[in-house]
Design a protein around this ligand. Structure first.
Ligand SMILES: *Cc1c(COP(=O)(O)O)cnc(C)c1O
Length: 243
């Protein structure tokens, strides 16, 4: 067994989630933790799996696929009595270019950052028949900054209805990456805005269950505003080297 250096960090993040969930009067199981493993070696992911973590997020298609295949090899070597739910679930959370959609459709279970119909259509066409539909979220630019990617709030409704109609995708919800700020009330605002759009779409009959919002520095505000999935990198694996 590899000693997992990030196990205490994982435990601390889980504790932080539990504390905020309780403070916000929500159910303990209502928030899913996604460990963002971009730029981290396979050994870090392996250690996190051994510490009970199953959901992982990657931003770069080729790096992610290399890791997925390496982990599959490691898992194949586990003893036969290993529980079946020991297998990681891979989420593609980065911006997605047309030339990378096939790779992502073939290897990932989730895609969080759908911002245009064209990308969603390609993913639906390229999702292999033997796999279940790709689980997707539409990314919304709730802070309205030109530099941040995401669908404009005014265009979200139309995009979501079109994505939901694609045969090989299953629209699960919305995602956002607001501009960083240290102030709790300011962190809450864009998350609350995303939640309002989410509730409107549910009201229009879309069966959505996922609000992908909150990272290392704003996960408490996100949980306070109804996040069902937080994407945490730094607080689990440490500070990333800038590329
Ligand atoms: C890198 C990244 C994260 C994790 O950010 P941390 O601040 O390291 O927790 C979450 N979501 C997305 C989309 C990312 O690219």
């Amino acid at each position: 067994m590899i000693m997992s250096a990030n196990a205490p960090n994982l435990q601390a993040v889980r504790q932080k989630i539990m504390t905020q969930v309780a403070k916000s009067g929500r159910q303990a199981e209502s928030v899913r933790l996604l460990a963002v493993s971009k730029t981290r070696p396979v050994a870090d992911v392996w250690a996190a799996i051994q510490a009970g973590q199953l959901d992982f997020g990657e931003n770069y298609a080729q790096e992610g696929v290399d890791k997925i295949l390496a982990l599959r090899e490691l898992l194949r070597k586990l003893p036969p009595d290993t529980p079946p739910d020991f297998a990681p679930i891979w989420h593609f959370i980065g911006p997605l270019q047309s030339n990378k959609t096939r790779l992502v459709a073939q290897h990932f279970t989730w895609v969080h950052a759908i911002t245009r119909l064209k990308i969603a259509e390609r993913l639906s066409e390229q999702r292999p028949e033997h796999l279940p539909p790709l689980q997707v979220c539409v990314q919304v630019n709730v802070s309205g900054e030109a530099s941040k990617s995401g669908c404009a709030p005014a265009e979200t409704r139309e995009l979501c209805h079109k994505v939901a109609a694609l045969p090989r995708l299953r629209l699960r919800g919305l995602m956002c990456i607001p501009a960083p700020t240290a102030d709790f009330a300011a962190q809450c605002r864009p998350f609350a805005a995303l939640r309002r759009i989410f509730l409107d779409l549910q009201g229009e009959g879309l069966a959505l269950d996922t609000l992908s919002m909150g990272m290392s520095d704003d996960l408490e505000a996100a949980i306070h505003e109804g996040s069902t999935l937080v994407r945490v990198g730094t607080a689990i694996f440490g500070v990333r080297k800038s590329s």
